[in-house]
Design a protein around this ligand. Structure first.
Ligand code: SAM
Length: 255
């Protein structure tokens, strides 16, 4: 791996040790026990979006799984998930939740840009605010394609490019002004944060196609007027996300 990228990964790993200690460790349980599969900051139900379909019996890899509540939901829906993350702290939270609440599923402690698993093992690769924001698209998308069986699907949720354009330079939540050039969102580092990737739609299309994917859909996720707020992630307020999509849900197939 290029030296520069290895250094960025090291910074991101440190950030996630801190985030785990401050936020996700204590709050993950509430997400883990959600009664159905939902997407993103404002818990948009999968039954409204229908991007996963019936996951019963599917082999699923969750890339950059964090506290892996998404894998827990998929396991309860009958899938066979594997959660992968590079943070030992995040995976320790997962093990704790598995032991306390079940279900149990395998975990892999690794970098999502270099996955130590054989090719063609999975029907579905999924990520919810994980790999798409934290890994370089040129590196992780070919890995996702390699790990999928022919006909397998990639489904990932990430911050919208628009929200990344509107986050103030000192971090915090999106406002109602464009605060940087669109190409600057390809690689961003918020103060005190890690190195993130928030490509434009055109960039995503190019990256997905060069990794061999056929794009099936891209859903722009708006916040409903009321409902649940995520216990530990904040990109935009509910009011903002009710007017503009704060998140994007991409669906692609490996032919
Ligand atoms: C926003 S969290 C994951 C969201 C997950 N749904 C959750 O909330 O628990 C992002 C995760 O990406 C992981 N991550 C960041 N860069 C990674 C990399 N290069 N390889 C694997 N995991 C990575 C972090 O450790 C963190 O757990």
């Amino acid at each position: 791996m290029a030296e520069g990228r290895a250094a960025e990964i090291a910074v991101n790993r440190e950030v996630w040790a801190i985030v785990n200690e401050r936020f996700t460790n204590g709050a993950a349980e509430g997400m883990w026990v959600m009664p159905e599969v939902v997407w993103g900051l404002f818990a948009t139900p999968e039954r409204e979006l229908g991007v996963l379909g019936d996951v019963e019996g599917m082999d699923v890899l969750e890339l950059a799984c964090g506290t892996a509540y998404f894998s827990a939901w998929l396991a309860r829906a009958g899938a066979r998930p594997v959660g992968l993350d590079f943070s030992g702290e995040q995976l320790a939270t997962v093990r704790h939740l598995q032991a306390r609440l079940g279900p149990d599923f395998p975990l892999v402690h690794a970098d999502a840009e270099q996955v130590p698993l054989a090719s063609g093992l999975f029907d579905l690769v999924v990520s919810e605010h994980g790999v798409a924001a934290w890994c370089e698209p040129e590196r992780w998308l070919p890995e996702a394609a390699r790990l999928l069986r022919p006909g397998g699907r990639l489904v990932f949720l990430t911050n919208s490019n628009l929200s990344a354009l509107c986050v103030p330079a000192d971090g915090g939540v999106a406002g109602d002004r464009l605060l940087r050039g669109q190409r600057e969102t390809r690689r961003v580092q918020w103060p005190g944060g890690g190195i993130e990737f928030h490509p434009s739609h055109g960039d995503w299309v190019r990256h997905l196609r060069s990794a061999g994917f056929i794009i099936e859909a891209m859903h722009e996720i708006y916040a409903p007027d009321d409902g649940i707020d995520h216990p530990f992630y904040e990109i935009a307020s509910r009011e903002w996300a009710n007017r503009w999509p704060a998140e994007e849900l991409w669906v692609a197939v490996r032919p």
